[in-house]
Design a binder for this molecule. Structure first.
Ligand SMILES: *[C@@H]1O[C@H](CO)[C@@H](O)[C@H](O)[C@H]1NC(C)=O
Ligand SMILES: *[C@@H]1O[C@H](CO)[C@@H](O)[C@H](O)[C@H]1NC(C)=O
Ligand SMILES: *[C@@H]1O[C@H](CO)[C@@H](O)[C@H](O)[C@H]1NC(C)=O
Ligand SMILES: *[C@@H]1O[C@H](CO)[C@@H](O)[C@H](O)[C@H]1NC(C)=O
Ligand SMILES: *[C@@H]1O[C@H](CO)[C@@H](O)[C@H](O)[C@H]1NC(C)=O
Ligand SMILES: *[C@@H]1O[C@H](CO)[C@@H](O)[C@H](O)[C@H]1NC(C)=O
Ligand SMILES: *[C@@H]1O[C@H](CO)[C@@H](O)[C@H](O)[C@H]1NC(C)=O
Ligand SMILES: *[C@@H]1O[C@H](CO)[C@@H](O)[C@H](O)[C@H]1NC(C)=O
Ligand SMILES: *[C@@H]1O[C@H](CO)[C@@H](O)[C@H](O)[C@H]1NC(C)=O
Ligand SMILES: *[C@@H]1O[C@H](CO)[C@@H](O)[C@H](O)[C@H]1NC(C)=O
Length: 585
């Protein structure tokens, strides 16, 4: 609901040149605060409190010196008046906006201020060029200020006179277990009724009421202020207490005061702070380095009230980030096993049925015998031949498309040769076959054995296990009884000893594979060095007709070295020429 001035007369000091601000529905303020009365947990108890934007402390407002800003404050309460006071700011430019009922807000006719229930007021604030510092805002009506308040920070336009890495706020306030109304009525009553002493000094809204039983206190959260090691922080202390005059200190840390009530000071070292209601200070705190912390991450912040018949003592925590903990431990905290041969083999089960082919479904077994040849150079061979970067001169798939028989593996001769066609060095298979592929580790010509992580392209394989020595299909089938192999694309060919006789079988890995999709795929060790040294095989699934299922025009771009020539226009409408690097422009 709109209330208040349609026009606010400003700059009383220069009445002659008074400016008129029209605040109709279209006016957009720079900040909005909404004030409600509601139950909130404070001091670890529920209290019916007046709050800004539903929180305590209210949201931090941050402006820059030299700015002029409008803040719209809504009174969303049904039965309470409200004003907002900008504590510490010089309001010379806009005295109507000082937020004091009866003083600035109630005396200017025809506006019946303070802000009545369900109305708002637009405060115009000007931050003088020497006002950078720490402030707060609070209601100036009754006892509302005990909870209707929040930090207000004015930043400098350029750099602050002190260097620091970050800011932290220590917002001090009182918690009284009686409501604002009970307290203010009692204080105005005859006979007089005292509010009682503070039930808690809250730090950033958190703390523990002194009426709680020791057994209930353990569940009360305390404020934590997070810092990083080896940094300098500007701590802004805001004395938003109603009654308490607070002494406070940080365990293990000293402070250098640099600001008092919105004015910078020369720095003064101190081991504690003393903050009265309404006072603000800034002090620099240098955090400890990882070395200095020696593993300690939490330090107490302790508050005590002074000058009252009772002493309230409260706590918060300065908590260091755990980055110091991630230094390399000097002794390993864990004992990891040596290579566990066959880790998870025969143990993993598929979550859903996976059509695993049994041994009698296998139509053909292909064994890839791998061996390292040391003859001046070092080469990894499969069935006696290494994979070569230079062979064949044209990719298998291209040969297939071009019906270039010289580059297409001969299935008959491959089957007769244990699976590999010597001429093309490829392993052909027909769609519908169920292959069992055994990768057999053998001793190098120098006698060594190595570990390989074998990877299959194109389709996932059923992993049927691994073992020492030579693969024995029937023994392994026994071992598979009661298990259910999963589909994998990379499994390990172990070594069961580090040395054996040259060419002697030194462990195997076996897969099964239903040939369903035609294509040209690789099966290779995924150790990059081994790949480069020759440990790769090429498999051609399906015959030429199967593979040419894809109509040629769609693959055109793949058939020439460097890709086909696409125009930009074709590319944008989905041309298949994916090798855009060589695109004609
Ligand atoms: C307070 O709440 C109002 C309404 O939710 C929101 O528009 C405004 O930005 C909030 N103010 C601050 C300073 O966060
Ligand atoms: C606040 O809490 C009091 C006591 O538990 C309860 O009587 C009251 O209805 C609550 N008020 C609101 C607005 O929730
Ligand atoms: C609000 O303030 C007006 C003007 O001072 C006063 O007449 C009225 O009684 C107050 N209302 C409440 C709920 O305090
Ligand atoms: C409020 O605090 C006073 C002490 O300040 C205590 O005597 C009283 O029992 C408390 N009331 C409640 C409801 O906790
Ligand atoms: C803090 O200052 C006091 C007084 O100068 C000094 O005794 C103490 O060692 C200092 N503490 C730290 C943590 O620097
Ligand atoms: C204040 O403390 C800082 C850091 O502990 C120190 O470097 C500086 O010399 C002290 N200044 C005075 C005036 O004691
Ligand atoms: C791993 O093997 C080494 C060398 O054989 C042995 O000294 C070590 O105790 C083994 N570690 C574990 C955890 O078994
Ligand atoms: C070494 O062995 C590899 C693999 O068998 C072979 O390709 C190569 O020609 C051999 N080199 C020499 C110098 O014998
Ligand atoms: C494939 O190899 C077999 C046996 O070596 C041979 O008889 C046949 O002619 C070859 N086919 C082609 C197309 O080269
Ligand atoms: C693997 O088999 C060889 C030859 O029988 C044997 O010497 C070796 O101890 C076996 N290794 C393991 C780990 O079983």
């Amino acid at each position: 609901m709109f209330f208040g001035p349609l026009a606010i007369l400003t700059r009383l000091s220069t009445l002659g040149a008074a400016k008129l601000h029209v605040h109709d529905r279209s006016f957009v303020p720079d900040q909005i605060l909404r004030v409600t009365a509601q139950n909130i947990t404070q001091g670890c108890l529920s209290r019916y409190s007046v709050l800004v934007n539903g929180t305590f402390p209210g949201p931090e407002l941050r402006f820059q010196e030299g700015q002029t800003r409008w803040i719209r404050v809504y009174n969303d309460m049904s039965d309470k008046n409200l004003t907002m006071h900008w504590h510490g700011l010089s309001m010379a430019a806009y005295p109507f906006s000082d937020g004091t009922p009866q003083a600035s807000q109630a005396s200017i006719n025809p506006f019946p201020w303070p802000i009545p229930p369900a109305h708002y007021f637009d405060y115009e604030l000007h931050f003088e060029s020497d006002q950078a510092g720490t402030y707060f805002y609070h209601s100036h009506v009754g006892f509302q200020g005990v909870s209707c308040s929040g930090p207000l920070i004015i930043e400098e336009r350029t750099r602050p006179p002190y260097d620091y890495d970050g800011e932290r706020t220590v917002y001090l306030s009182d918690f009284f277990n009686e409501t604002d109304t009970e307290i203010s009525e009692g204080l105005a009553a005859n006979p007089f009724v005292w509010s009682g002493e503070t039930n808690a000094v809250l730090i950033n809204g958190m703390g523990v009421s002194n009426t709680l039983a020791q057994s209930d206190i353990s569940s009360c959260p305390l404020a934590t202020i997070a810092v990083q090691p080896g940094k300098k922080y500007r701590f802004r202390f805001i004395g938003a207490t109603a009654l308490s005059f607070v002494s406070l200190a940080f365990e293990g840390h000293n402070l250098s005061v640099i600001e008092a009530d919105g004015g910078y000071t020369k720095s003064v070292n101190t081991s504690f702070m003393q903050v009265g209601p309404g006072q603000r200070y800034s002090a620099l705190l240098t955090t400890k380095t990882c070395d200095e912390l020696q593993g300690q991450r939490r330090f107490w912040i302790q508050t005590e009230t002074r000058e009252r018949p009772t002493l309230y003592r409260g706590y918060a925590l300065l908590v260091y980030s755990d980055e110091c903990d991630i230094q390399v431990p000097t002794t390993p905290p864990l004992t990891l096993p040596n290579t566990t041969l066959g880790w998870l083999d025969y143990e993993l089960r598929p979550l859903a049925p996976n059509d695993f082919p049994s041994l009698n479904e296998v139509t053909r077994r292909v064994t890839i015998t791998v061996q390292m040849i040391v003859n001046g150079t070092i080469t990894w061979t499969e069935n006696g031949l290494p994979w070569l970067w230079t062979f064949p001169s044209k990719p298998y798939l291209v040969n297939l498309y071009e019906h270039d028989e010289s580059g297409i593996p001969n299935y008959t001769s491959a089957v007769a040769n244990g699976g590999m066609d010597d001429r093309t060095r490829a392993f052909p298979a027909k769609v519908g076959e169920v292959l069992e592929i055994v990768i057999q580790n053998t001793g190098a010509t120098s006698g060594g054995l190595d570990v390989h992580s074998f990877h299959a392209h194109g389709a996932h394989v059923y992993d049927v296990g691994a073992g020492n020595g030579t693969y024995d299909a029937y023994a392994n089938e026994e071992r598979l009884r009661g298990t259910h192999p999963v589909k994998r694309d990379t499994t390990v060919l172990y070594r069961y000893e580090t040395k054996t006789n040259p060419g002697a079988d030194g462990g195997w890995r076996a897969w099964r594979l239903r040939i369903t999709e035609p294509g040209v795929w690789m099966i290779h060790c995924h150790t990059l060095q081994h790949m480069i040294m020759g440990m790769q095989t090429v498999w051609v699934f399906g015959d030429t007709a199967d593979i040419l299922k894809l109509p040629k025009p769609q693959v055109e771009g793949y058939l020439n070295y460097g890709g086909g020539e696409c125009s930009l226009i074709e590319l944008s409408v989905g041309c298949q020429c994916l090798r855009q690097v060589h695109m004609a422009t």
